[in-house]
Design a protein around this ligand. Structure first.
Ligand SMILES: [Cu+2]
Length: 169
């Protein structure tokens, strides 16, 4: 398996190198040709700036609040979540619907990933569980149900078994 991955990687690397080399040769050949007229250059400059403006507008229009920077404010429930090889310690495990919950996530040993899935198996949010740090995520659950916490970062042999439940009611 590893040998075939190596062979495929090598073939792809050679293909990319060949494409680069071809581009270099072609650009050297293009240098010899006359430059395009001022009309074409003006069009290109206009197109370039139109794309820059379009990119800036698209970036601003799609900005969303950054969800990982949370602090416990008034009325928020604080849930602590600590990862260890290979389990989660979450308290409390029941939270109410419609109230902001601030998860304070850390680890006892190595890095873990704290990922929360809704009852349909759709991931809602995640953050890293790191030893020596407390990462905070704020989330307000909109519907009741059993939500699952899975480890999002490979942390050893029984990583796949780091599954815990949060009940929202
Ligand atoms: Cu893990």
């Amino acid at each position: 398996m590893q040998v075939s991955v190596l062979v495929v990687s090598l073939v792809l690397m050679i293909a990319v190198a060949a494409a680069f080399w071809r581009a270099v040769l072609h650009s050297a050949a293009d240098e010899a040709q006359p430059r395009p007229s001022g009309h074409v250059e003006g069009y290109r400059t206009g197109l370039f700036w139109a794309l820059v403006v379009l990119g800036a507008v698209a970036a601003v229009a799609t900005l969303r609040p950054w969800p990982y920077d949370a602090s416990a404010s008034e009325g928020a429930i604080v849930v602590t979540a600590t990862g260890s090889q290979w389990s989660w310690e979450i308290a409390p495990q029941q939270v109410p619907v419609g109230r902001p919950v601030v998860f304070k996530v850390t680890s006892n040993d190595v890095n873990h990933g704290f990922g929360v899935y809704d009852p349909d198996g759709v991931m809602l949010f995640q953050t890293q569980a790191m030893p020596g740090y407390v990462n905070q995520v704020r989330y307000t659950f909109a519907k009741p149900g059993k939500y699952r916490v899975l480890c999002m970062e490979y942390c050893g042999l029984v990583h796949h078994d780091m599954i815990e439940e949060i009940e929202v009611r």
